[in-house]
Each structure stands twice: as structure tokens, then as C-alpha cells.
Design a protein around this ligand. Structure first.
Ligand code: GLU
Length: 323
């Protein structure tokens, strides 16, 4: 193209651009994309199986704490001695629950209240927490992982109840949570009673999902894999609310200031550390570690470190023992 022709083309192009100037309205961009659901998200048409009504007494009463020997004097043949001999304590935890078990985006490490509890158990067995190995589990993976022997213990916002006691044993209560509701600010919802016929999100395998299904107001439970999936669905208007423990909701709330927790707690959710059945000496040992944390100020220090500012001030829950 010679010089004159090139100039003509450029001038033409400029005129064309100028032609669609200020007085010609540009149509707004139409957003037609369907927002995908988080993988595995399902609206439940059938309520999840109700927990067995069978009474097991007070499920939070655990075995009385045993002695707490020095790490190099653990009773031979005990679960603790075996864990020490294999060189690692494998703990099932979460990586999605901000301040309880979550991945710090700056360091890449999994941290939080539950993780510090796991470190305390590791220190009691090894004298330090370097042998701690964290295994990330969803709510639904907790009991299968314990039954398969994939983890030594689960410390993952796990509520104690009669139903679960058929499959695993629990420590004494190390945290008292309560189930509440998280909604978008100005949504008008006031709690679980105001959510009849509305979609309410919780993870598969959680007590929260069953509690939503059992609510008199009859919300529609929507199950997902991880708690952060519920927050994404709330933000995308795919559910109307998230309902689970106040601990978990407080962490979601901290990640989205346009959400709020509403209504009173409508279920008590006492957290225990879950262990495979048939290891009473391990349960007593873990209870001794928790008991020491209750009395020496380290429970309180752990609470203050991770949860003050997010939840109301709290003190360690009292333990109940059965024998
Ligand atoms: N505490 C409830 C449970 O154990 C909900 C917490 C969770 O699933 O992470 O099922």
C-alpha cells in the first residue's frame, strides 16, 4: 500500500470511530451467563435421614482423664505409644473454616483454633508439634476416615451426638457452638423460622443439614461439600441463607461484610475430638490434655488468639465424665 492509500485508510478508520460518538447510544452489555453451582451442590427433595431417636444417655459425658505421662514414658502398647512409634500423629481437619481450620493465603499453612488443639495433642505425644500431619476432610469424610484408619483423630468442628457415637468415640466437650443463620444484610430474614420454603445451605454429612430439614418452618435444605461453597451460593443468590454453627458462620461473615447472622441459636452443637472406637486409653489421654488446657490458661489463650473479635468472649466449657 502506498503512502497516500495508507493515509486514506487511516482517516477512514478515524471517521468510522468518530461516527459512533456521543449521540449514538451504545446498548448496555447484556449478561446472559448462567452462574454455575459449586461442584456437587444439590437441592434436597428428600430430607436427609433423621438421626436415630435411640437414647444413649448424655452423649457429651466422656471417659475420665487418665494420667499425662511424659512423651518418652507413654504406656507401652497404648495407642499413644503406637502413634509415637510410627513418628506422626495424623489429624483430620478442615481447611475451609476461617479461624477454626483454614488455609492462610499468605503462608499457605492450615491454621486455626482446631489446629492449635491438634498441636497440643501432638506435643503431649512427641514433646513438640513437628510430627503433626494434617489430613483435610470435608464434613462427610470425617467418620469414614476414622473407620478406615486414615486418621488417628478428627478435630474438625465436630458435634457429639448419640448417632455418631455408634461409629466413633468422643473426647469431652472442648467447645460449645450453637446453630444459627447467615443471610444477606437487608434480606429481611430474621432466623430459621422466617425461611419456610426458602433454600438454606449446609454441608453434606453435617448435623446442620439435618437440623435445617427438621425445622418447623420447612426450609429447603441445599447440600454442598464445603462451607465456603455455601457462602458463594449466598453471594450468587443461589440460596437464601446458610445455617450452621455460629463459629463457622462468624468465619463466613468475616469474609463478606454484606452478610449478617440472625436469630437465636436453635441447636446446641458441642464439639468433641473424635477417635476410632475401642481405644479408651487414648480417649482418656486426650481428655487429660484438654483438661490441662482448661485449667492452665492455654484454652483461653487459644480462644483469644483465633476467635476474640469474631465471637463473644467465652471460657472453656466444663467437662462431663461418665466413668
Ligand atoms: N458441628 C456440625 C457437625 O459436626 C457442623 C460442622 C461441620 O460439619 O463442619 O456436623
Amino acid at each position: 500500500m502506498n503512502r497516500r492509500k495508507l493515509t486514506a485508510v487511516l482517516v477512514g478508520a478515524l471517521l468510522l470511530v468518530a461516527g459512533c460518538g456521543a449521540d449514538e447510544a451504545v446498548p448496555p452489555t447484556e449478561v446472559t451467563a448462567k452462574v454455575p453451582l459449586p461442584a456437587g451442590a444439590t437441592e434436597l427433595t428428600e430430607p436427609p435421614e433423621a438421626p436415630a431417636a435411640e437414647d444413649c444417655g448424655d452423649p457429651t459425658a466422656s471417659l475420665r482423664p487418665g494420667s499425662l505421662p511424659a512423651p518418652n514414658a507413654l504406656p507401652p502398647g497404648s495407642t499413644m505409644a503406637k502413634i509415637r512409634a510410627k513418628g506422626k500423629l495424623v489429624v483430620g481437619v478442615d481447611q475451609n473454616t476461617y479461624r477454626f481450620g483454614y488455609r492462610d493465603p499468605f503462608t499457605g499453612s492450615v491454621e486455626g483454633f482446631d489446629i492449635d488443639m491438634a498441636k497440643a495433642i501432638a506435643r503431649a505425644i512427641f514433646g513438640n508439634d513437628k510430627a503433626l500431619q494434617l489430613r483435610i476432610l470435608t464434613s462427610a469424610q470425617r467418620i469414614p476416615a476414622l473407620k478406615a484408619g486414615d486418621v488417628d483423630i478428627v478435630i474438625r468442628t465436630m458435634s457429639i451426638n448419640c448417632d455418631r457415637l455408634k461409629d466413633v468415640d468422643f473426647s469431652s466437650v472442648y467447645y460449645e457452638a450453637g446453630q444459627r443463620v447467615l443471610v444477606k444484610e437487608a434480606s429481611g430474614y430474621t432466623g430459621i423460622d422466617s425461611l419456610g420454603g426458602k433454600r438454606v445451605c449446609a454441608t453434606d454429612g453435617s448435623t446442620s443439614l439435618r437440623n435445617i430439614a427438621a425445622a418447623d418452618s420447612k426450609p429447603v435444605p441445599v447440600k454442598v461439600s464445603d462451607w465456603t461453597d455455601c457462602l458463594v451460593m449466598l453471594q450468587q443468590n443461589q440460596v437464601d441463607a446458610v445455617s450452621t454453627d455460629d463459629t463457622i458462620l462468624a468465619g463466613l461473615r468475616a469474609q463478606d461484610p454484606f452478610t449478617q447472622m440472625v436469630g437465636d441459636p436453635f441447636y446446641n452443637e458441642p464439639y468433641g475430638m473424635a477417635m476410632p472406637k475401642g481405644q479408651p486409653e487414648f480417649v482418656r489421654f486426650v481428655n487429660a490434655v484438654i483438661e490441662r488446657m482448661r485449667t492452665d490458661g492455654s484454652w483461653q489463650a487459644t480462644y483469644d488468639k483465633w476467635l476474640s473479635g469474631l465471637l463473644d468472649p467465652a471460657s472453656p466449657p466444663a467437662a462431663k465424665y461418665k466413668d
